[in-house]
Design a protein around this ligand. Structure first.
Ligand code: NAD
Ligand code: TYD
Length: 363
């Protein structure tokens, strides 16, 4: 079996669902169930003995050690993290606690477990750390895309905490011989994406008749990857990646934020038109920029293609259509995640009325 951490979040739950659709190898899913963890994402696995869920913290060493001893996984895939840049700007404490200290504790628990494995089991064991392209910092418009050799220049508390975790993972390989793999992926989108992030927020706000808050001029560039493609990249790296190596994962899909928002509006105009016949683009509202906002991310995913034969299967056009269609088909899921905690966040970030205006975001 494999241990997946953070498997009730956006990417983790997609990964668990995909994994069990593809194989019968059981998954032990350790997730703290923060505001971002949602067991409704895994409702399809209810009663499925191949999925064992444990609510807990990756930093809880006695718990993790007990789980490792009882379940004896052949691999660990670490998704667990605080993941939202804007939240990290409002308060970095949880990011340091989980992304840095939590990863350290998880590595230490894993090191103890690994030391007790027989040689053949050690040879097969892998610790795969899921990370982000944001550790590399921001690119100028003409700069070459990030390769695995790009210097780490994180700019937000989130990316700094992820960079720290990547360094710890690297060091546990070089110092202790832990067979680690790291993936640095670009922005994901798709089903089960929590509506604090750009794409689901725009879909949900548009349908609710609320403003679509674009930070600054909206010309920031991200490289978007459909989440199911990210999951297949992780499976491939787990299967064939070289211990100690890092692999960039991206969609070859650089888009400005404004292009993303326009695309979503146009799709909604087609699939769920406004009652008044106007375009959803009318709801776009430019608001004060995010402090320290990275201008451009772009991933060179050449290494994973050359060495492991992985390429994304979705284009942005196919992936975003699937995503918008999924949100239209799952209003209950959206209602469920828009809990009290979610409403508090919207008020903190976008103002008491939960909407943005030209005077900027509330902070
Ligand atoms: P998410 O915020 O949706 O989910 C994170 C999950 O981790 C949640 O289920 C949460 O309950 C759980 N968690 C948080 N702290 C925990 C702890 N201390 N112990 C156990 N579980 C804990 O995040 P996501 O978007 O699914 O991202 C997953 C991973 O992928 C993160 O490591 C993130 O840095 C990385 N990543 C995300 C993106 C993206 O675009 N979303 C891109 C590249 C990399
Ligand atoms: P986000 O989804 O938070 O991902 P990240 O910051 O990790 O790239 O944001 C994606 C881009 O969209 C980023 O440039 C910030 C921008 N953005 C907005 O313009 N408005 C919003 O309300 C949000 C949440 C993000």
């Amino acid at each position: 079996m494999i241990l997946v951490t953070g498997g009730a979040g956006f990417i983790g739950s997609n990964f668990v669902l995909d994994w069990l659709a593809d194989s019968d190898e059981p998954v032990l899913n350790l997730d703290k169930l923060t505001y971002a963890g949602n067991l409704a994402n895994l409702a399809a696995l209810q009663g499925d003995a191949r999925h064992v869920f444990v609510q807990g913290d990756i930093g809880d060493a006695p718990l993790v050690q007990r789980l490792l001893a009882e379940h004896r996984p052949r691999a660990i895939v670490n998704f667990a993290a605080e993941s939202h840049v804007d939240r990290s700007i409002h308060g970095a404490g949880e990011f340091i606690a989980t992304n840095v200290v939590g990863t350290f504790n998880l590595l230490e628990s894993t090191r103890g477990y690994f030391a007790g494995l027989a040689q053949a089991q050690q040879a097969a064991f892998r610790f795969l750390h899921v990370s982000t392209d944001e550790v590399y910092g921001s690119l100028t418009p003409d700069a070459a895309a990030f390769t695995e050799n790009h210097v780490f220049e994180p700019n937000s508390p989130y990316s700094a905490s992820k960079a720290a975790s990547d360094h710890l993972v690297r060091a546990w390989h070089h110092t202790y011989g832990l067979p680690v793999l790291t993936t640095n992926c670009s922005n994901n989108y798709g089903p089960y994406h929590f509506p604090e992030k750009l794409i689901p927020l725009m879909i949900v706000n548009a349908l609710a008749g609320k403003p679509l808050p674009v930070y600054g001029d909206g010309q920031q560039v991200r490289d978007w990857l459909y989440v199911v493609d990210h999951c297949s990249a992780i499976r491939r790296v787990l299967q064939a990646g070289q211990p100690g190596q890092t692999y960039n994962v991206g969609g070859w899909n650089e888009k400005t934020n404004l292009t993303i928002v326009h695309t979503i509006c146009d799709l909604l105009d087609e699939l769920s038109p406004r009652a008044d016949g106007q375009s959803y683009r009318q709801q776009i509202a430019h608001v004060t920029d995010r402090p320290g906002h990275d201008r451009r991310y772009a991933i060179d995913a050449g290494k994973i293609e050359r060495e492991l034969g992985w390429r994304p299967t979705e284009t942005f056009e196919t992936g975003i259509r699937k995503t918008v269609t999924w949100y239209l088909a799952h209003p209950d899921w959206v209602r469920h995640v828009q809990s009290g905690a979610y409403r508090d966040w919207v008020a903190t970030q976008y103002g008491a009325a939960g909407v943005a205006d030209d005077s900027g975001r509330a902070a």
